[in-house]
Design a protein around this ligand. Structure first.
Ligand code: MF3
Ligand code: CO
Length: 268
């Protein structure tokens, strides 16, 4: 069952998203070789709580941390840990915050280092582009499949990347995961019709190699089967008539990414 949101409710979701995105930006400022993902998670949790919000992920189906930090062949749901990050690492930071009874959900992928492997940089750039191409289709009258198809077209068809099938985007609001599901693959014109007031998280998870994934022994971390890197970006969007209203924003994250010389930002 889909729960449509009013403009006022969407603005509360935007508030939660702002906390999420600024928490990711705080992590972006700290990212450098030698830091551990646990240090990032601690800062993220502290930032969220300082904003009077709760970390949406912590305790969700028993998930133990405020953030999911997925490095290299980890696709999503990576546990923050004490391993030290190094130059060349592909680091996806996924965060949720709950305030005023509404969740916000967003994710961003960074590359550590001044330079980046060209193939990896293209994967990350293309995954972000596919998110925005999906968002362009998130307008009233279209269907979920139009979003899915746009993402798959730009990543799998155009570049031969693996589109993860097992995990999907989702509706959100009072609950972190609501209907409908938003796959990153599918047919144009298929699936649930989009109506004004729908709030969905669109989150392409795209592998440099094959689409196949496996779950790590921690029971959470999703890994690529072929061990190649993966990228993940996520926005929370409010479906409207002409153009989707993107409730999350990468502005503060991209600013931090550009200003941090330990992060690659030379995407063409
Ligand atoms: N952004 C992810 C999602 O929407 C994060 C969920 S992790 C969990 O599914 F720990 F909360 F499950
Ligand atoms: Co999500």
């Amino acid at each position: 069952m889909i729960i449509y949101k009013t403009r006022a409710q969407a603005e509360l979701i935007r508030e939660s998203c702002k906390i999420v995105n600024d928490a990711i930006a705080e992590a972006a400022k700290m990212l450098k070789p030698g830091i551990t993902t646990m240090q990032l998670d601690r800062r993220i949790e502290e930032y969220i709580r300082d904003c009077g919000a709760l970390p949406s992920f912590k305790g969700y189906n028993g998930y133990p941390y405020a953030s999911c930090i997925s490095v290299n062949d980890a696709v999503v749901h990576g546990f923050p840990n004490e391993e030290v990050l190094k130059e060349g690492d592909v680091v996806s930071v996924d965060v949720g915050a709950f305030k005023n009874n509404f969740h916000g959900d967003s994710a961003y992928t960074f590359i550590l280092g001044n330079t980046a492997d060209e193939k990896v940089a293209r994967l990350v750039r293309t995954t972000k582009e596919s998110l925005y191409l999906g968002i362009e289709k998130a307008v009233a009258g279209n269907r979920i499949g139009d979003i899915s198809h746009a993402i798959q077209q730009h990543t799998e068809r155009l570049f031969g990347y693996g589109v993860v099938r097992e995990l999907v985007g989702h509706g959100l609001g009072n609950n972190l995961h609501e209907d409908p599901q938003v796959p990153n693959y599918g047919k144009r014109g298929s699936g649930t019709i989009l109506k004004e007031g729908l709030v969905i998280a669109i989150e392409p998870m795209i592998n440099l190699g094959r689409k196949d994934v496996t779950t790590a022994s921690d029971g959470w971390t999703i890994l690529t089967r072929d061990g190649k890197p993966s990228a993940h970006f996520e926005h929370t969007v409010f479906v409207q008539k002409e153009k989707a209203d993107i409730l999350s924003s990468f502005d503060t994250i991209e600013k931090a990414e550009k200003e941090n010389s330990f992060l690659f930002s030379d995407y063409v």
